[in-house]
Write a protein that binds this ligand. Structure first.
Ligand code: NAD
Length: 366
């Protein structure tokens, strides 16, 4: 039995509470929130103790694992405290509000030999799991472009970050996860329309080291919620609907599937069959928390590594910089895996727990 606690039980944290409460081999031991008026009904519903201060909760409850779902600006402070007190942590995305904070958290997880994984939930969406399997098998051929649309209404509660760090971070992680490539150049246009401090509408372009082009269209100003991803390549285009977990393939009828042929280069593109794959649906958060808890219980589950989450944040920060300077910004996100002070420490963590040997490759809603 793994004893878990959830710190921050607002919109997202209460979903962690619900899902943990449904999992076998998990004891939901406590919740923590600074706002007792909001959290008390949850504490009553699940009959679990409520704390205002996570430090007191850890001293008394001694959880094996903690989900952190406080607003992004407080991730660093809370995760740091939990790691120092010996907890394994799953923190909601983004890993932290700044890159320096993210680095420090990675180093703390290493120093205290604790798991630090990040809630990049879209990796656990069944449609993405199926798409990743198909891309890895080479079904699409060369990937030309990845395009994400993540638009919807304005969430008034989010005051600390803009759409780039809050929403685009999902797509930055997924684009890296699916292509296996790293962004080396970005350009962004963004505006703050309703949000008091940060951008609430943004479009961005990414250039990946393998020449894939990335396109992001993200906002909090569209009166309907759309969460889509398009991946275009040699043999056609995949479309993912994150909300319905549907995966479709639009075939390029001109592509000769039988064998590689120079003719493929000159035939062009035309409409072919449209296939909707049967994807077995499951709540992504359940997949994510099953993976986290399973890992802690000794299963060889692939976690989202802190390094992956940090490189997604690095690209997000470059997009913010580009939007504010109106300039193209160069990024060396692949270098993150080579920075000596981090990479050896992460790999020591991997060795010590014996399961994260491929940590840098391990990946994955708003
Ligand atoms: N993975 C996803 O799809 C997804 C979706 C929504 C939000 N999130 C992430 O979850 C996090 C929380 O977002 P939200 O929308 O639930 O926010 P929210 O404002 O609804 O809830 C945050 C809660 O944290 C509490 N809190 C703040 N500081 C605290 C502290 N130091 N100790 C204890 N409690 C504290 C607040 O009282 C509040 O109840 C953010 O990082 C956000 O990016 C992820």
């Amino acid at each position: 039995m793994t004893r878990v606690a959830v710190v921050g039980v607002g919109l997202m944290g209460r979903n962690h509470v619900r899902v943990y409460s449904e999992m076998p081999n998990v004891e939901l031991a406590a919740i923590v929130d600074e706002n007792p008026a909001l959290a008390s009904p949850l504490s009553d519903l699940y009959r679990i103790p409520l704390y205002k201060d996570y430090r007191k909760m850890v001293e008394e409850i001694k959880p094996d694992a903690v989900s952190v779902a406080v607003p992004t600006e407080f991730h660093y402070e809370v995760v740091k405290g939990l790691l120092e007190m010996g907890c394994n942590v799953l923190v909601e995305k983004p890993i932290a509000a700044t890159l320096d904070q993210a680095w420090e958290l990675l180093n703390l997880a290493d120093r205290y030999n604790r798991i630090l994984t990040v809630g990049h939930i879209e990796r656990f969406n069944p449609a993405i799991i199926e798409l990743k399997r198909r891309l890895d098998s080479g079904e699409l051929g060369q990937v030309f472009q990845v395009h994400a649309r993540r638009v919807g209404p304005f969430p008034t509660r989010i005051q600390d970050v803009g759409v780039i760090k809050d929403l685009a971070i999902h797509d930055l992680d997924i684009m890296h996860y699916l292509t296996g490539s790293y962004v080396d150049r970005v350009y962004a246009e963004a505006k703050s329309t309703i949000h008091q401090k940060c951008e609430d509408i943004f479009v961005g372009t990414l250039h990946f080291m393998d020449n894939t082009i990335g396109l992001l269209e993200i906002n909090w100003l569209t009166p309907t919620k759309i969460r889509e991803l398009y991946v275009t390549g040699d043999r056609g285009m995949y479309r993912v609907n994150y909300i319905t977990q549907d995966l479709c393939f639009f075939e390029n009828a001109e592509f000769d599937n039988s064998e590689w042929s120079p003719l493929n280069l000159i035939r062009g593109v035309s409409e072919g069959a449209i296939i909707q794959y049967a994807v077995k649906k499951k709540e992504p958060l359940r997949n994510e928390l099953d993976t986290f808890i399973g890992h802690l219980q000794g299963k060889a589950n692939r976690l989202v590594s802190g390094l992956d989450a940090t490189q997604a944040l690095q690209v997000a920060m470059a997009l913010v910089e580009s939007a504010s300077t109106s300039k193209t910004v160069e990024v060396n996100s692949h270098e993150i895996y080579r920075i000596p002070s981090i990479v050896p420490t992460q790999s020591r963590v991997s060795e010590s727990i014996g399961k994260l040997s491929e940590a840098a490759n391990f990946q994955t809603g708003d």
